[in-house]
Design a protein around this ligand. Structure first.
Ligand SMILES: [Fe+2]
Ligand SMILES: [Fe+2]
Length: 248
């Protein structure tokens, strides 16, 4: 329930919210001026592989707005506060990618070319449970971390590298939030419920594998092997499964 004057006692989440507030930035923070240093072939490849990420930023906006009322109804006021700042971050990521497409004069891949990216979106939306939502959002944030990290390594001194670096700072805060939320909730969950988190992970990875195949040619243009990307991401997710004791 919404309360006029709730207790706010989780200092860790409150500090994270303040960090998120101080960490806000606008597209003016990026020098967008050197797109022509990247070959048109590579710009096209980047535009293709960014497509699921571009949709993912919108999925994140949607997810946050879906989960926020549930947080308030459970009296998780610090969580609701933090998620409000996270929504702004995801809105900014979406806006930045929108701008990048305009600057590149490229279009995202069509939904017919990568139908699975909507399946990913639908799988995340298929339940109302907040813990599953936050777990799904964490996996998506880990995806973003590896994806923007890989883009940064390939284009360090260009607008892509600069955009990736700034975006990664936001994503690091999102992971810290998910960690805090999940470490509080997971110990209270039944083992059946925890199994549902693992089944969500498996479903999302199956979808990502299919997306990787669709985008393989564009990824290889950037010397990026989809299976390497997914293996690294899976290993990272596995570290979180162990850290949060999800499989016990
Ligand atoms: Fe994002
Ligand atoms: Fe995020």
């Amino acid at each position: 329930m919404i309360r006029v004057n709730p207790e706010l006692t989780d200092e860790q989440l409150l500090r994270l919210f303040d960090k998120g507030t101080l960490g806000q930035w606008t597209p003016d923070a990026i020098d967008w001026g050197d797109a022509d240093r990247i070959s048109s072939e590579k710009r096209h490849a980047v535009a293709q592989i960014l497509t699921p990420v571009y949709l993912g930023e919108q999925t994140a906006m949607y997810g946050i707005s879906a989960v926020l009322p549930d947080m308030l109804n459970h009296g998780f006021h610090e969580e609701a506060l933090y998620l409000s700042s996270m929504g702004l971050d995801e809105g900014r990521h979406f806006r930045n990618l929108h701008q990048l497409y305009r600057i590149f004069q490229e279009e995202p891949a069509s939904r017919h070319r990568i139908p699975e990216m909507f399946r990913y979106h639908a799988r995340l939306l298929s339940h109302k449970d907040s813990t599953e939502w936050i777990w799904g959002i964490l996996i998506s944030d880990l995806f973003a971390k590896h994806f923007y990290g890989g883009l940064h390594d390939r284009f360090p001194d260009t607008l892509i590298g600069r955009l990736a670096r700034r975006t990664l700072q936001d994503e690091a805060r999102h992971q810290a939030f998910s960690e805090r939320y999940l470490e509080k909730r997971i110990p209270t969950m039944t083992s059946d419920h925890k199994m549902q988190l693992l089944s969500l992970r498996n479903d999302l990875f199956r979808v990502m594998e299919a997306i990787g195949q669709r985008l393989k040619d564009s990824m290889l243009t950037l010397a990026w092997e989809p299976s390497d990307f997914l293996e690294e991401l899976f290993a990272d997710t596995e570290r979180w499964v162990n850290r949060l004791n999800i499989s016990q």
